[in-house]
Ligand binder design. Structure first.
Ligand SMILES: Cc1ncc(COP(=O)(O)O)c(C=O)c1O
Length: 470
């Protein structure tokens, strides 16, 4: 009966209790009592200490991915006789601990607001290794980035040239800048769309770039680093990058006629597996194909291969993060096409907006125990006042899933914590890292005092947040 509700891509898992290494952190496994263990820590230990919902980051998995993505991109650059700067795209997940990890591993960091910049600077990253993005940077943001001495500001519209030059002039500095190009290439998962100009807010149309570069070159307070493009996110096919490389290198070659263009930044967007139906690219192979496309285009135009830069986010932070929830109410809803089991959890769109925002698919498993009961098709929903408040649209859980069980949702390390909200005045969950059998709180959970601290009428009625409590 339920099969008519099942989307075509979803297959009933062969073993509903297993954790596939293609989706989950490599060390996710069941312990002797059948509970999920992450980084050597049992989920019951995590939930009893920190409660649910809970974001958990497997530190070893995060470090391993950061290093392998960085090495893949740098090795690919080396093969075509150049170098690659790798920026961790901070918007994906930023906290003091995470910035420390990527910094230790030699990655640069990309930020997109004054808040992200403040966090990264406070974490001790060398400002020269920070890049600032944004399609509508405020004058204050520009001023702060220039005074901090960030290594690159990505110009996203013409007016920013004057604004950055003015800020740098006032501080008697020379600010390196890139130009974000609207290449007309948009990639998502398996397909890419190529038009003259992509219908979106970011970047400058290819035809307009030479005039803007000339303006940058005229300013004694600006240094032109090169072009930047970011063609999309969760990309599985390299074709969009290849097309973007062709368009960018053609423009790069034209700009070389008027002066130096030392770098080319190809952005981020490398996809990861969220479900068994995904087949994310091997990052090393992908990096080589992108580098080869750049090298081939440079050869065609008879120019030297520039230094490369990349900005991966999800490919580093996605898989190492999972979210733990407690099951509340369960409803079997009878529909014409069958019965859908709605499993409500104690979080929702306030801790994972991607399902509602992008119709993203996720994998969910029972974390607190194993079960031999036949799997049932489920929809895991949140506790917010929205019918679109869905966390996992379609997956299977053991048919005996019950109130009080702990569920775990895979690959929530990217764009979940960073997109979280206080909708319905829910407090945002804590973030815990796990490694070698130990759990460490890296961002404490919000309290009601945090929630109402900004409410001028109410803030005195709530205790000051206790920084040591979760
Ligand atoms: C300019 C830029 N660079 C890098 C990224 C990171 O993308 P991803 O997490 O898909 O690698 C983004 C994401 O939106 C972006 O806007």
């Amino acid at each position: 009966m339920a099969s008519k509700l099942k989307p075509g891509w979803l297959k009933q898992p062969k073993d509903i209790n297993a954790f596939s290494p293609a989706i989950w952190p490599r060390d996710a496994k069941r312990n002797a009592s059948g509970e999920l263990e992450l980084g050597g820590v049992a989920v019951s230990e995590l939930t009893s200490q920190f409660g649910t919902p809970l974001y958990v980051i497997d530190e070893d998995e995060f470090r391993a991915r950061a290093l392998s993505v960085k090495n893949a991109l740098q090795d690919a650059a080396k093969k075509i006789g150049t170098t690659a700067k790798v920026y961790y795209a901070g918007k994906v997940f930023l906290s003091g601990a995470v910035v420390k990890w990527v910094d230790e591993l030699g990655l640069n960091v990309d930020v997109a607001s004054a808040g992200e910049l403040a966090l990264v600077l406070a974490s001790g990253v060398d400002p020269k290794r920070i890049g600032l993005h944004g399609n509508n940077k405020s004058l204050t943001e520009i001023g702060r980035a220039v005074s901090a001495g960030v290594g690159a500001i990505v110009v996203d519209s013409e007016i920013e040239i004057e604004r950055i030059a003015a800020a740098a002039g006032a501080q008697e500095k020379v600010q390196p800048v890139r130009i974000r190009v609207n290449t007309g290439v948009h990639a998502h998962t398996h397909e890419f769309l190529a038009t003259g100009r992509e219908d979106q807010k970011f970047g400058i149309a290819i035809d307009d770039v030479p005039t803007l570069v000339a303006k940058i070159r005229e300013s004694s307070n600006l240094e032109f680093l090169g072009l930047h493009s970011h063609i999309g996110s969760q990309i599985f096919s390299v074709d969009g990058f290849v097309e973007a490389a062709k368009r960018l290198v053609r423009l790069h070659a034209e700009l070389l006629k008027g002066g130096k263009v030392p770098e080319l930044n190809m952005g981020g967007g490398f996809g990861i597996n969220y479900t068994e139906a995904d087949n994310a690219p091997d990052i090393a192979q992908f990096a080589e194909q992108i580098a080869d496309a750049v090298a081939a285009a440079c050869a065609e135009h008879g120019i030297k291969v520039p230094k490369l830069a990349f900005e991966p986010g999800r490919a580093i932070a996605g898989t190492p993060g999972v979210t733990l929830y407690t099951v509340g109410t369960i409803k079997d809803v009878s529909l014409e096409a069958g019965v859908r089991k709605y499993v409500s959890i104690d979080g929702g769109m306030s801790d994972n907006l991607r399902t509602a925002l992008y119709q993203a698919d996720y994998t969910v498993r029972l974390a607190s125990r194993v079960s031999s009961v036949d799997p049932a098709l489920v929809r895991v929903v949140g506790r917010h006042c929205e019918s679109g408040d869905v966390v996992v649209r379609d997956d299977y859980l053991p048919g005996d899933v019950s109130n009080g069980d702990t569920l775990v949702v895979a690959a929530t390390g990217a764009y979940c914590f960073s997109l979280s909200s206080n909708y319905n005045y829910l407090t945002r969950p804590p973030v815990v890292s796990v490694r070698s059998g130990k759990a460490r709180l890296i961002v404490r959970g919000e309290t009601e005092a945090d929630l109402f601290d900004r409410d001028v009428e109410l803030h005195d009625k709530f205790a000051t947040p206790n920084k040591d409590s979760q």
